[in-house]
Design a protein around this ligand. Structure first.
Ligand code: GDP
Ligand code: MG
Length: 184
């Protein structure tokens, strides 16, 4: 029936996706780049929204990615459990020019797994790939950590836009795939 087809077309999905990682790795700028195509060269941790919804089209369906930003909470090394609640996807972000932020990933992953009530589709993101001369973490190290933890992996740059949409879309696509397998 035509009517049923119409219904299917307008079916909506809403995925909560959280940004996690140390302060100043570029979480807010990744979201600004993806959702608004903007970049803030001197952003303060207070800049940012609680969450922003971005539409992604997949398989003829419209998916709303509701992307949450910590907006500075992480400075105190604690993000509230409410932040993680209901999340189905996560971007675990470090800065390739600051090894310390890569060393923190294990702790963030642990926090994510502790607070989330389901298996969260997670991508490890090495941001600031434009800072070639200041690199402290190699691509191989990022890849190998991701493989060991069963995560997707990508290096991005919120500054030059490289891989930003791809990183978010990888997560959305995988959540959608898992979901449609369950339904069928
Ligand atoms: P957050 O604390 O994780 O939200 O980090 P921000 O998004 O506020 O970014 C912290 C700083 O890093 C800001 O000065 C940004 O301009 C800068 N920054 C963010 N992403 C990139 C990037 O991809 N490349 C470069 N070179 N700088 C970036
Ligand atoms: Mg921020």
């Amino acid at each position: 029936m035509d009517f049923v087809t119409e219904e299917e077309k307008t079916e909506d999905y809403l995925f909560k996706i959280v940004l996690v990682g140390d302060s100043a790795v570029g979480k807010s700028n990744l979201l600004a780049r993806f959702a608004r195509d903007e970049f803030y060269p001197n952003s303060k941790s207070t800049i940012g929204v609680e969450f922003q919804t971005q539409k992604v089209h997949l398989d003829g369906k419209e998916i709303k990615a509701q992307i949450w930003d910590t907006a500075g909470q992480e400075r105190f090394r604690a993000v509230t459990s409410a932040y993680y609640r209901g999340a189905v996807g996560a971007l675990l972000v470090y800065d390739i020019s600051r090894r310390q932020t890569f060393d923190s990933i294990g702790r963030w992953l642990n926090e994510l797994q502790t607070h989330s009530d389901m298996n969260v589709v997670t991508i490890l993101v090495g941001n600031k790939s434009d800072l070639r001369d200041a690199r402290e973490v190699s691509i191989a190290e990022g890849k190998s950590l991701a493989e060991a933890q069963g995560l997707f992996f990508m290096e991005t740059s919120a500054l030059d836009s490289s891989n930003v949409a791809a990183a978010f879309q990888t997560v959305v696509k995988e959540i959608y795939n898992i979901l449609s397998k369950k339904v069928m």
